[in-house]
Write a protein that binds this ligand. Sequence first.
Ligand code: ZN
Length: 131
Amino acid sequence: METITVRTGSRVEFIEISGQVRQWLRNQTTTSGVLTLYVPHTTAGITINEHADPDVVRDLTMELNKVIPFDDNYRHLEGNAAAHIKSSLIGASAQVIVENGDLVLGTWQGIFFAEFDGPRTRKVHLKLTPS
Ligand code: ZN
């Protein structure tokens, strides 16, 4: 397992990490298999969505903030209950097929780190299982 670092700049934000992941892949001896991307945080997540139009993740951010407001008489005393809920909705892991040393993604797809309680320095664990 290896780890990449993602620095986020906003409270809620989707940051494309496809480039960072591809760069990591270039240094691997395994060129074919399944890549698991795992976020070891309870107020962040990972998702695959459109990267061609940045408004897609802006809309996603806007709607998540609407559905899960920052304040809603939550019981969790730390003040970041909304971030925990968004994290569970989006999920903490993703898997992508790797062939010929590259990610098998659709033309419009990118891998996004999802920050819900930023800004922070975050981690994404990567594990390439050969096949
Ligand atoms: Zn909390």
